[in-house]
Design a protein around this ligand. Structure first.
Ligand SMILES: [Zn+2]
Ligand SMILES: [Zn+2]
Length: 151
């Protein structure tokens, strides 16, 4: 059975579901995440975009920020916090959702890596792989995307 994750923005004005399974979960240390989440890094879950069900008339303002391709980041119009982000279209599209925006987060996989570690504001002492730069972070994603079809 396809797992379904209930998601919301911090103020819960935006509530939606995404059906998994997640592609991966990672810590992102990029400067945009630092700014948008007001945190040293973001704990992000990557899903196939095809599983996303946004309600009609949602209160999400999408705006593009260039960082490894085009990530379209959606901010809540009420709490002005990140709701979710998307990249690409259709069956190749991906949805990025912060783990703290997932209601049933206990059923998510554990984080698998750190990306954009080169712009970190603090070291993290764990044994996960750490991709420092734009190119290596992008490559780590690309590898995931290319191997996704085999799962
Ligand atoms: Zn909100
Ligand atoms: Zn980031």
């Amino acid at each position: 059975m396809m797992p379904v994750y209930r998601c919301h923005c911090p103020c819960e004005t935006n509530q939606f579901e995404i059906s998994g399974p997640p592609v991966t979960r990672f810590f992102c240390h990029c400067t945009i995440c630092q700014e948008k989440y007001q945190a040293p890094y973001a704990d992000v879950v990557l899903f196939p975009l095809a599983g996303l069900a946004l309600p009609e008339g949602h209160s999400i303002n999408f705006g593009q920020y260039k960082r490894f391709g085009a990530i379209d980041r959606g901010m809540c119009t009420a709490c002005h916090q990140p709701v979710m982000a998307k990249a690409g279209e259709g069956s190749k599209g991906l949805a990025f959702i912060a783990a703290h925006n997932v209601a049933n987060a206990a059923s998510l996989p554990a984080p698998s890596m750190h990306v954009f570690y080169g712009t970190r504001v603090a070291d993290v002492a764990d044994s996960l792989p750490k991709y420092r730069h734009y190119v290596s972070s992008q490559f780590a994603f690309l590898k995931l995307l290319l191997t996704r079809g085999r799962a």
